[in-house]
Design a protein around this ligand. Structure first.
Ligand code: AMP
Ligand code: MG
Length: 515
């Protein structure tokens, strides 16, 4: 197979005039040409045959030397083609200035059966945007990104995809817990795939420099390539673009809430303008239900990116994007302001719709809303497992409802059990009131609530084995992630609570950003 790379991004935007690869502020440019690091012996760990099939690529190609060469970056060493993009961002609520692809190198776009897609290597070496860091990625975080991107896809959630994971054959120094105990770890490269990797922070960087020309170019590029249905001639095309970006992301965060996914680092540089989940770092799925659960140890104090805050933070990010758009679309400011109020209502609506559907309703009304609010409190009180609860509820509405396998709390108080029984009774009544038959309820719950999610402790087991050269558990997770909505003989044993030993083990419940 002969890969034909195209360069719509570099053809459209001005390039950095400095050619040397050293960390710096890059002005008047959207990207810098940069080559991946020369590797003496990269090896393929895994190619996603799920994705390859969707791209229309044959399986033999995945095992070929050409595949290894391309997606370890080695076939880009003697041409000026691959590039790193400039962007900025707000991190934990503070403007962080220029960030950019510090360890991502874009190989270009390829036309595939899924449309024109961008291919980007994460961990292929330093770029002008690496700041003080090395440009590499370690095996553990690459395994997490590879598996979770593919898992999110099969959960029907918009996400960047993972084509491959390579071992670089080199070691990378990391202070995993930021406690002064740095150690060498194996390096890896994930090839991510998306229609484009443009983030809110792309707009924010140029807005911070009052670079109206570049802001307009960015918006025009998106309109031309990704939002073709928006009328380009219309005076509102930029406002429409911003609104569409906001709506796409609201939909995606709605999905996260549905499956209990906590992104962990929703900085504006980690939010895609295409609404895809991007940048898998210290993410996690809820085990015990807890509104303020965050898997990110860096966020343990502020809990800015906790499960229950994800919509608030998204709204704040959308506001930051509106500020950037306001710089080059100043005539429309009032429209942005009015729309922000409207978006707040859509967010509220999305939250309750998602939760109503988790309970088998099509949509919500004030009665269902109250039912949801009571449930949120009960689930948290009893430390009930988020995923297992809905599996159980789908099966059994009666007073026999059994908490022993789904609660983390050891002694559920009589008061809690009584309140919960009352809740179950009201649930049944409201189902009847809304004429939701059991078959209708179950059908809705089965497409809304996943049965199998990869919990952080499962990644951790797969990672610890992989670090010793045994990829069997990684392979198993990869194999079973494709069927998250049904219980099969293969995934059955993974559909249980997080084990006690994992509760306080690093990497299992919570993770640091170090990757
Ligand atoms: P993240 O928190 O992973 O989204 O990264 C925030 C910023 O830091 C981005 O600009 C990344 O490219 C950069 N970055 C993170 N890790 C590294 C690394 N190991 N080397 C260079 N840049 C990095
Ligand atoms: Mg990032």
């Amino acid at each position: 197979m002969n890969l034909k790379f195209e360069y719509p991004f570099t053809a459209y935007f001005p390039a950095d005039v400095v050619k040397e690869n050293y960390p710096r502020q890059v002005f008047d440019a959207a990207y810098s040409f940069v080559k991946p690091k020369v590797l003496s012996k990269p090896t393929l760990i895994k190619a996603s045959d799920y994705l390859a099939k969707e791209l229309g690529w044959d399986r033999d190609f995945l095992a070929s030397p050409s595949f290894l060469d391309h997606f370890s970056g080695q076939s880009f060493l003697d041409q000026e083609a691959s590039y790193a993009m400039a962007y900025g961002g707000h991190q934990f609520g503070h403007w962080a200035g220029q960030l950019g692809d510090g360890r991502a190198i874009n190989l270009g776009h390829i036309q595939t059966s899924k449309g024109t897609l961008a291919f980007q290597l994460k961990g292929a070496g330093p770029t002008p945007y690496s700041r003080g860091a090395d440009g590499f990625a370690v095996l553990r975080s690459s395994i997490r990104e590879f598996l979770c991107s593919e898992a999110m896809h099969f959960l029907n959630i918009p996400t960047t995809r993972a084509l491959s994971i390579m071992a670089t054959g080199e070691l990378v120094l990391r202070d995993k817990m930021y406690d002064g105990n740095a150690a060498y770890e194996k390096g890896a490269i994930v090839c991510r795939v998306a229609p484009d990797f443009i983030r809110f922070g792309h707009f924010e960087l140029f807005a911070s420099r009052n670079d109206q020309k570049m802001l307009k170019l960015l918006a025009d590029y998106l309109l031309k390539n990704h939002f073709k249905h928006i009328d380009l001639q219309g005076s509102d095309c930029y406002f429409e673009l911003w609104k569409r970006i906001a709506l796409l992301n609201i939909e995606t965060v709605g999905h996260w809430m549905r499956v209990g996914f906590v992104h962990g680092v929703m900085n504006t540089d980690n939010i895609s303008v295409l609404g895809e989940t991007i940048d898998y770092g210290p993410f996690g799925f809820l085990d015990a239900f807890q509104m303020d659960f965050t898997p990110n140890t860096t966020d343990a104090e502020g809990k800015r990116y906790a499960y229950g805050k994800q919509f608030d933070v998204l709204y704040w990010n959308i506001l930051m994007l509106a500020n950037a758009f306001g710089q080059f679309d100043a005539n429309n400011l009032k429209k942005y302001e009015d729309e922000l109020t409207h978006l707040q209502a859509i967010i509220n609506d999305t939250f309750f719709t998602v939760w109503a559907q988790k309970l088998g309703f099509e949509t919500y009304n004030p009665n269902i809303q109250k039912l949801i609010q009571r449930l949120l409190i009960l689930l948290e009180q009893g430390e009930i497992d988020f995923t297992l609860f809905f599996i159980q509820l789908e099966k059994d509405l009666s007073s026999r409802f059994d908490f022993t396998t789904i609660a983390y709390s050891e002694n559920l108080e009589e008061g809690f059990l009584k309140d919960f029984r009352l809740w179950l009774e009201d649930y049944e009544t409201i189902l009847k009131l809304n004429q939701i038959s059991d078959s209708k309820r179950i059908a809705m719950m089965q497409t809304t609530n996943p049965k199998f999610i990869i919990r952080n402790y499962m990644y951790q087991i797969a990672i610890e084995k992989a670090e010793q050269g045994d990829f069997s558990e990684f392979e198993t997770l990869y194999y079973i992630l494709k069927n998250p909505y049904v219980i099969t003989s293969e995934n059955e044993k993974y559909i249980t609570k997080m084990p006690l030993w994992a509760k306080n083990k690093i990497g299992c419940g919570r993770l640091s950003c170090s990757s």
